[in-house]
Design a protein around this ligand. Structure first.
Ligand code: CMP
Length: 141
């Protein structure tokens, strides 16, 4: 089925100037960008986005990293977009990410891991709505 998923190009990848290389991977896999913006997240925005991880030991570092510089948030649309994006990203820990995945090629550590992608349909719905109103999403038809 055609799905939408939320993608974040994280501060490490923006700093490396590989926004375009990452978007090219989505496009080559037939995912379409239907919404996009660059943001420097506030602490409140990052804490709210990652609220499900609030009790995890890495939460403070995660929020600190995600607010350390600008990010690119996008809605990707396509057939099986949620799992497709996760396959393109590779494992959360770049040391475990398969060759040829975005994290294997661009990530440095489990915090500075280049990209985020929604991990389920429920997460995708929440995460898309967290950053985008309906009138900011532009389906290609
Ligand atoms: P992301 O997909 O953005 O979701 C939560 C983030 O927490 C994850 O990617 C990692 O960058 C970061 N993180 C740091 N430590 C861990 C850990 N031990 N397990 C999972 N995620 C972690």
């Amino acid at each position: 089925a055609v799905e939408r998923t939320l993608s974040i190009i994280k501060p490490d990848a923006v700093a490396k100037n590989v926004i375009g290389e990452i978007i090219a991977r989505f496009e080559k896999a037939n995912l379409q960008v239907v919404a996009a913006k660059m943001l420097h997240l506030s602490r409140e925005q990052a804490e709210g986005f990652y609220a499900e991880h609030k009790e995890r030991p890495f939460f403070g570092e995660l929020v600190g990293f995600m607010t350390s510089g600008p990010v690119v948030v996008q809605v990707l649309e396509g057939e099986n977009a949620i799992s497709q994006n996760r396959d393109l990203m590779g494992a959360t820990n770049p040391k475990e990410a398969a060759a040829g995945t975005i994290r294997a090629d661009f990530a440095n550590s489990i915090d500075a891991n280049a990209v985020h992608g929604s991990d389920s349909p429920a997460a995708a719905e929440r995460e898309v709505a967290y950053f985008f109103s309906d009138d900011e999403i532009c389906p290609r038809g």
